[in-house]
Design a protein around this ligand. Structure first.
Ligand code: CMP
Length: 144
């Protein structure tokens, strides 16, 4: 079933020049790129994006980090896109992420884990709308 998911190369990934490497992996897996934008986000958007984590002790550190430089926000589309993207990205903690996954290969630190991917279809719809607006949310495009 065609689905869309939200993926973001976070500021450390952009700084380290890993945007291309992340895109290559998604393309090689078979995903289709439906939208992409490089931008520096403000605290309000970062706080909304990570709203579920508002009560965590690392929340303000997380918002500082996410607003510390440009991110590369993307919508990727394909069969069971949310689940396939999560397996490609690997576990949240890079120390537990298998080699072969993006985090397993490119990151060592949970706070600098390179990339974010939506954890459910509902999160994907919410995050796509937050970053790309209502018109972009929740309907797979008829892509190339
Ligand atoms: P992400 O997939 O973007 O979703 C939430 C983020 O919170 C997660 O990746 C991590 O980067 C971050 N995170 C999770 N746990 C911790 C932690 N214990 N300390 C700092 N950051 C964390």
């Amino acid at each position: 079933q065609q689905e869309q998911t939200f993926v973001m190369v976070k500021p450390d990934g952009v700084r380290r020049g890993l945007v291309g490497a992340v895109i290559v992996r998604f393309e090689q897996k078979g995903f289709k790129l439906a939208a992409i934008e490089l931008r520096t986000i403000d605290r309000a958007l970062a706080e909304r994006h990570y709203g579920d984590l508002r009560t965590k002790p690392f929340f303000s550190e997380l918002v500082d980090y996410l607003t510390s430089g440009p991110v590369c926000a993307m919508i990727w589309q394909g069969e069971h896109a949310v689940e396939n993207a999560r397996s490609l990205i690997g576990k949240t903690n890079p120390a537990e992420a298998s080699p072969g996954t993006i985090r397993g290969d490119f990151a060592m630190d949970i706070a600098g884990n390179i990339v974010h991917g939506s954890d459910s279809a509902a999160s994907a719809a919410r995050e796509i709308e937050l970053f790309f607006g209502r018109h972009a949310a929740s309907h797979p495009l008829d892509l190339f």
